[in-house]
Design a binder for this molecule. Structure first.
Ligand SMILES: NC(=O)c1ccc[n+]([C@@H]2O[C@H](COP(=O)([O-])OP(=O)(O)OC[C@H]3O[C@@H](n4cnc5c(N)ncnc54)[C@H](OP(=O)(O)O)[C@@H]3O)[C@@H](O)[C@H]2O)c1
Length: 245
């Protein structure tokens, strides 16, 4: 089975591994491999795939920029999927569509992306996960200012990206069916605790209390999954230990 994985970085690599282990033939499509989802030729370049996994990302807190990027990415993938009959699997975020967090431009963009995907992609599966264990390192990269990195106060139930990639591979290869899968890790924590357990000492973490409705929602656990969500993967400490072994 030919699977196009659109987007690179950490998630693309993990999804590629999981798909290969499931016996599929994945191919990575991102600017690093000479593919730009925002270019007019993007749908045609995806024509050979039977399944297209959309895992593109652009970090911004601007609602306008996030909405433009994520909806354009999804329109291109949906056009490819409609033209060829491919299935479309979109990677998204648990509780990212709640009203309390729409003031955060990135999540407003993801909400618009899911809406466009449902409107334009007839064979759609959305895989939503909570924040990944890798998110602590991603946040450092994104919020680094010289020798410090700001760490927003967030209460979350993170999950190993490899466990999310396995769910995506199951959905791509037909092991799982259904239009929506939601997955979280085994325990709730804070982004601060995750960050201070990293062995990466490049920067000094500084706690950031975000004012506003969404800042309060991040702190008060609004992003935590509902009881009964599928739980997958190791605990954060087990994951850290395995990485440093
Ligand atoms: N991080 C989390 O904790 C988390 C949790 C749940 C869901 N998600 C979702 O998972 C998706 C991937 O997240 P991520 O954190 O891996 O994102 P990311 O690191 O910001 O970006 C993923 C990849 O998108 C590719 N990309 C960017 N612009 C592109 C373009 N114009 N054309 C083609 N590829 C492009 C980039 O590869 P190139 O530079 O090679 O183009 C980049 O490595 C996002 O939709 C995110 O919302 C993330």
């Amino acid at each position: 089975m030919r699977v196009a994985v659109v987007g690179g970085g950490a998630s693309g690599t993990a999804i590629h591994r999981a798909l290969t282990e499931h016996g599929a033939k994945p191919e990575l499509f991102s600017r690093t491999t000479g593919f730009d989802v925002l270019r007019d030729d993007a749908p045609a370049r995806l024509a050979e795939a039977e399944v297209i996994v959309e895992a593109t990302g652009r970090f911004t807190i601007s609602r306008r920029a996030a909405t433009e990027f994520f909806t354009r990415s999804t329109r291109a993938v949906a056009a490819a999927a409609r033209a060829s009959g491919a299935r479309h699997i979109l990677l998204s975020i648990v509780n990212g569509d709640l009203p309390q967090v729409q003031g955060y431009g990135y999540l407003a963009g993801k909400t618009a992306q899911e809406r466009v995907a449902r409107q334009e992609s007839p064979n759609l599966t959305i895989v939503r996960s909570t924040q990944w264990f890798e998110f602590a390192g991603q946040n450092i990269d994104r919020m680094k200012i010289g020798p410090i990195a700001l760490v927003p106060a967030m209460t979350i139930q993170p999950v190993a990206l490899d466990a999310v990639a396995d769910v995506i591979a199951d959905a791509a290869t037909g092991v799982r069916t259904g239009a929506l899968h939601e997955v979280a890790g085994p325990e709730a924590t804070t982004l601060w605790d995750m960050t201070t357990q990293l062995s990466d000492k490049r920067v000094t973490p500084i706690p950031l209390r975000i004012p506003s409705r969404y800042g309060r929602a991040f702190r008060d656990g609004t992003l935590l999954p509902a009881p009964g969500i599928e739980v997958a993967g190791p605990r954060y400490t087990e994951w850290l230990n395995a990485r440093s072994a």
